[in-house]
Structure formats: structure tokens, C-alpha cells
Design a protein around this ligand. Structure first.
Ligand code: SF4
Ligand code: SF4
Length: 302
């Protein structure tokens, strides 16, 4: 297993994804293709160029930097011939306004710790620590273990956000060093899971059953109107989760949002989810009550 990780971002001073103030390490690569994914820059494992047109100040430096002739400025409008682009990242290195960003740095655990260590006093004073997210961070179990072990020994809090679609051995390797798993569940029906996420969910649910026996787990359910929020879907989910017993600390129902659409534009790929409405507060409250009625500790939002 590789010791290094391909990191798209280390987000500092996060107050989500675990208790206290945290750093969140976003790793690239995911086995699923959920249509509503809000972090499409973390689906592919390889580094990727993102182009944010609205940040461009028209300096033209990227045109000169691109040896492939893939970038052009015409009448002050920035353009990219994606078919010519070799994904080298040279244009992003010279861009002064973050209009071009190259996502994906190969890092050792030591590299990542150098970045995170700068804020150690904030983690200690707030009961926070480090969260691994993605993409699917468990595609890098050795990288995670090396970092999490170091921080857990120091008394900091460690968390992993996972889609669960990895071999059980990955969980076995990292779980001694992880205080909290934030575990995504999208469907109980495997055929629906395959339809909307490109793979069935047998492995995901099997791993969850085992993980609940040994670790602290918070379930995260994205609520996607018309996709996974029928009465039948939600009742099946509530029944399954309540059957897992005390291993589930709580359930977080996350209302669908479409704030990731601009990232798809920046990557030059179409947004895969057909238009859906945002769930209303009343709908989310009804869902919260349904889970609570099944004996689960539940909240809306993460
Ligand atoms: S990533 Fe490389 S090839 Fe692609 S536009 Fe930028 S400089 Fe050109
Ligand atoms: S280098 Fe950045 S700011 Fe300058 S033209 Fe290219 S994208 Fe725009």
C-alpha cells in the first residue's frame, strides 16, 4: 500500500466534520460516482486543472506559460482547448488570481503534518484535531494511519469521513487510531445505489455493520429530493440503522445543495444530476421525526 496521498486541499480552521477546530485533509479518488457529489475535484485520483473564469483578471500569463497552445484570450475572454491540454499545471503556477488552480499534490504523511502542525494550539484548546475527507480517504489507509497515530498519541481528536466502499482491511488498519467515523449512507436498496452512485452498496453496509461493533460512528445521509427520500427509502434506512444498536452515535440528515455546480464548470465536466428542487425545511423536519421515531438520535445538518 502506498504511504503517500494525493491531496487536493488542506482546509484549516474548520468547525465541521468533527468536534472543535480542525484541519480537514481532502484526498483525491473515489470508487463511487454519486450524481450529487459536491466535491467533483476529488473524484479522480490524478491531479486536475480547474478554471474559474470569474476570477480571471486577463493578464495573459497563462497563455504564455502553456506550451501546448491550449489557452487563449480573445476579446478579454479566457478560453481553453481542453483537447489540447496535457494537464501539466504550468498555467496554474503563473496565474496571479487563482483563476487557474491545479488540484492534487502528492504528499507524504510528514508533508501533511508540517501543514497541520502550524495550528496545533488551536486544536488543543478547542478539543479539535484532524479529519480525513475526500473523495474517499480510505483509498490511502497507510497515509492516514501514519498521520492519525501521531496525533492520537498527542491527545488530539481524529476523524474520517467515508463512503464505506473500500475493503474491510482498510478499516481494520486505521480504526485503532480514529476517534470518529462520519459514514455516508445513501440508500438501502442496492439497485438504486447502483443507479445513482455507479456501484451497489453491499460492501458499504457490510463494513458499516462491522464498524459499529468497534468504533464510534455518525451516519450522514444526503437527502436528495426525488432520488432517495421516498417514504419507502427513508423507512428502510431508519429500520436498518436502528437495528445497528448503540454503535451508531447519531444520524445527520444533510439537505441537498447545488453549490458544487461551479466546480463542475471549472473542471469542464457536465453536472450529472438532473434538476431537483432543494428540500424544504418542513420536509427535512418530517424526515428528522421519522428517524427519531425509530429511536435514533438525529439532527438536520452536519
Ligand atoms: S495544464 Fe498545461 S497543457 Fe493544460 S492549459 Fe495549463 S499549461 Fe496548458
Ligand atoms: S494567468 Fe490567471 S488571471 Fe491571468 S489570464 Fe490566465 S487565468 Fe486569467
Amino acid at each position: 500500500m502506498e504511504k503517500q496521498g494525493i491531496v487536493s486541499n488542506i482546509q484549516k480552521f474548520s468547525v465541521h466534520d468533527g468536534p472543535g477546530i480542525r484541519s480537514v485533509i481532502f484526498l483525491k479518488g473515489c470508487p463511487l460516482r454519486c450524481q450529487w457529489c459536491a466535491n467533483p475535484e476529488n473524484i479522480a485520483m490524478q491531479p486536475q486543472l480547474m478554471v474559474h473564469q470569474t476570477r480571471c483578471i486577463g493578464c495573459g500569463l497563462c497563455v504564455k506559460a502553456c506550451k501546448q497552445g491550449a489557452v487563449y484570450l480573445r476579446d478579454g475572454i479566457l478560453g481553453l482547448h481542453r483537447e489540447l491540454c496535457r494537464n501539466c499545471g504550468d498555467c496554474a503556477k503563473v496565474c496571479p488570481s487563482q483563476a487557474r488552480v491545479y488540484k492534487g499534490d502528492l504528499m507524504t504523511p510528514e508533508d501533511a503534518r508540517c501543514v497541520i502542525d502550524r495550528d496545533l494550539p488551536f486544536y488543543r484548546n478547542s478539543g479539535g484535531g484532524v479529519t480525513f475527507s475526500g473523495g474517499e480517504p480510505l483509498l490511502y489507509p497507510v497515509f492516514i494511519t501514519e498521520i492519525a497515530r501521531e496525533y492520537k498519541v498527542q491527545g488530539l481528536h481524529t476523524a474520517v469521513e467515508t463512503c464505506g466502499c473500500v475493503p474491510w482491511e482498510c478499516f481494520e488498519l486505521i480504526s485503532p487510531w480514529i476517534d470518529l467515523f462520519l459514514y455516508d449512507v445513501k440508500f438501502i436498496d442496492s439497485a438504486k445505489h447502483k443507479q445513482h452512485c455507479a456501484m451497489g452498496n453491499e460492501l458499504i453496509l457490510d463494513n458499516l455493520r462491522k464498524l459499529c461493533q468497534r468504533s464510534h460512528v455518525v451516519i450522514r445521509i444526503p437527502i436528495i429530493p426525488g432520488i432517495n427520500d421516498t417514504k419507502q427509502d427513508l423507512e428502510a434506512m431508519a429500520e436498518f440503522l436502528s437495528g445497528l444498536g448503540d454503535g451508531i452515535e447519531s444520524v445527520h440528515c444533510l439537505p441537498y445543495h447545488n453549490m458544487g455546480i461551479s466546480k463542475y464548470e471549472a473542471l469542464g465536466i457536465p453536472y450529472p444530476l438532473p434538476a431537483v428542487e432543494l428540500p424544504s425545511a418542513a420536509h427535512m423536519e418530517a424526515i428528522r421525526q421519522l428517524f427519531a421515531a425509530n429511536g435514533l438520535k438525529v439532527q438536520t445538518g452536519g
